[in-house]
Design a protein around this ligand. Sequence first.
Ligand code: ATP
Ligand code: MG
Length: 140
Amino acid sequence: MFERILLAVDGSEHALHATRKAAEMARLVQAQDFCVVVAYDPIPLYLGEPNMQLVVANRRDEAEEILNAASKEVGEIPCTIRTEVLEGDPASAIIEAAKKHGSDIIVMGSRGLGRLAGLLLGSTSQKVVAHAPCPVLIVR
Ligand code: ATP
Ligand code: MG
């Protein structure tokens, strides 16, 4: 039922909780595809060169670190773990990735790195829940 899992991470503790649940699910359902994505916001063109390339390289390094940490947390699952760095508004990028991969479910945290601690649901989660092409598991 949920063999194709898309996990979205942002380096937050919430996303790590989501990672553990996604990994448990992958083991339970004998997942065939497990893709972990992290998105970074588009870099403004007005930065010009070479600043633009430096910022992009920096964002990609950060993203790789986040993906490595998440992959470690996943541990043993029945399929290989794929990772992807996406550029764009995070919610839109996650939704597009789910469409591209034909994901059966998106797994993500209820909150992320944002500072508004009172919020029940962050804006990325809200947007994904509202527009996703598949079920979404929001992990608290
Ligand atoms: P806000 O961003 O609205 O200030 P927040 O950061 O607390 O609030 P969200 O951004 O909605 O909350 O984060 C909820 C979950 O969405 C995270 O736990 C993570 O799973 C996913 N997520 C957030 N940002 C990204 C991102 N850039 N790339 C991939 N997944 C993300
Ligand atoms: Mg956020």
